[in-house]
Design a protein around this ligand. Structure first.
Ligand SMILES: Cc1ncc(COP(=O)(O)O)c(C=O)c1O
Length: 454
């Protein structure tokens, strides 16, 4: 028997052992203290599964970094990359290229409202950098408002916009970013007890923040349409429409960061389409081509694009709209449309994953809250449902969390973890049988979390 990559298990194990040895010697990893790392090796992947260095098959409920929306090794995307590589590997950004033009058309056709101009970047963080730069130049203002409990990327502006502890060592207080609280009823900053109250009070808080910061100084408000890494807090009804209204009232650019939530994850092409709101700029990456080749970008409204009709946009990248990446986007978006993959994400969320997780919450006292939509779900794990004390502290981890995640992995399930949360974020292509297989493993693993309760 061979793995999906054609290797025998023995050959794959030998290759993995060598890769691991070289990794520990020469590779410097993101966001980590290097000495303590024991990273997992992945040798092969197919659909919703990956294979580790010991030849074990794991169901990928993480979609890696929540990016393999179309699943692993989709044959049409692999073929498109191969074809593009054989035809034309690279062109400089000033030249027209068929793959880039077609990708821009396909994305523009799916964005909400009139956003129809695409600036391509290499990933999500640089998309955020450019969206903020466009907003600042368009408005002639500098300040940007962003929420606590958010992630916008690892580059300088993006990490300063970020509302999680990864910002702290990178924040010199000079970035022009002001943070505010967004709606999150389970841990409400506003003493709210209903979604309607949370929405109204969060909007009042934002309105006050704008008033006290000086509306004429604020270039943009950036929000993840549904915050991802920070906890998949689906905004309550009326919130994003209220933000839109505040932006309109004060001439502020509304940037929707859809790097994680976009391209099918919430059961819509863009998450903001769940709320019937049109932002001025959308940042995207990840799901646009499932990360098969690095790609991100900014979708731009005609009003903001017009700012740069007669004035040069002061920004660019050698690989803007790289042919291999945009050919992968064309194939990904086309396959997602033809195979009704966005519809599958919506259906799996509504019919299988949402009800399945709520059923787990009835039996596992460690689950404080279940929230999400599409294939974008979080389990908020707590020590005590009454006090809502998290199972790991904000910004940290705990034996309870690491043992729970290890139990899931030992039983064949790869999870996305952040602090006290488990995120259920499988590919948008996940089948009902696979979703149920993952939920059954999760059921076993949660017994470990329950065991840590007082
Ligand atoms: C909402 C959001 N914005 C931006 C980024 C940064 O994207 P990248 O890692 O491609 O730079 C991420 C990455 O997880 C994200 O989730």
């Amino acid at each position: 028997m061979t793995l999906p990559n054609g290797l025998t298990p023995d050959a794959a194990r030998a290759q993995a052992a060598r890769a691991y040895e070289l990794d520990r010697k020469h590779v410097f990893h993101s966001w980590s203290a290097q000495a303590a790392l024991t990273p997992m090796t992945i040798t092969a992947a197919q659909g919703s599964y990956v294979w580790d260095g010991d030849g074990n098959r794991l169901l990928d409920f993480s979609s890696q970094m929540v990016n393999t929306n179309i699943g692993h090794q989709h044959p049409k995307v692999v073929a498109a990359i191969q074809e593009q590589a054989a035809t034309l590997c690279t062109v400089a950004p000033p030249h027209v290229n068929a793959a880039r033009s077609e990708a821009a058309r396909l994305i523009s056709e799916r964005t909400p409202g009139d956003l129809d101009r695409i600036f391509f970047t290499n990933g999500g963080a640089d998309a955020v950098e450019h969206a903020v730069r466009m907003a600042r130049l368009h408005t002639g203002r500098h300040k940007v408002l962003a929420r606590y409990r958010s992630y916008h990327g690892g580059t300088d502006t993006a990490v300063n916009l970020t509302g999680d502890p990864r910002r702290w060592p990178n924040d010199l207080g000079t970035s022009g970013v002001v943070h505010f609280f967004g709606p999150f009823l389970y841990r409400s900053q506003f003493h709210a007890s209903t979604e309607a109250e949370e929405s109204q009070r969060a909007l009042e808080h934002l309105e006050q923040t704008i008033a006290f910061e000086g509306p004429g100084t604020i270039a943009a408000i950036i929000l993840e349409s549904v915050p991802g890494t920070a906890g998949i807090m689906v905004p309550p009804p009326g919130y994003l429409a209220g933000v839109r209204e505040l932006c309109d009232r004060h001439g502020i650019v509304f940037i929707a960061d859809e790097v994680m939530a976009g391209f099918g994850r919430t059961g819509q092409w863009f998450a903001i389409q769940n709320f019937d709101v049109v932002p001025d700029l959308i940042t995207f990456a990840k799901g646009v081509n499932s990360g098969y080749v690095p790609l991100g970008g900014v979708a731009i409204s005609p009003r903001i694009a017009a700012t740069f009709d007669d004035r040069a946009y002061p920004g660019g990248l050698t690989y803007s709209g790289h042919p291999l990446a945009t050919a992968a986007a064309v194939a990904t978006i086309t396959a997602m449309s033809q195979e009704r993959i966005v519809e599958n994400a919506a259906e799996m969320g509504e019919r299988v994953i949402g009800p399945g997780l709520r059923e787990l919450a009835e039996r596992h006292p460690s689950i404080g809250e279940v929230r999400g939509l599409g294939v974008f779900w979080a389990l908020e794990l707590v020590r005590d449902r009454a006090t809502r004390e998290p199972l790991a502290p904000y910004g940290g981890t705990s034996p309870a969390m690491t043992e729970t995640v290890a139990a899931a992995k030992a039983a064949g399930l790869l999870m996305f973890v952040n602090f006290n949360r488990l995120h259920v974020v499988p590919p948008c292509t996940i089948s009902e049988a696979e979703a149920k297989e993952g939920l059954a493993i999760l059921d076993q693993a949660l017994a470990v979390a329950d065991g840590h309760l007082g």
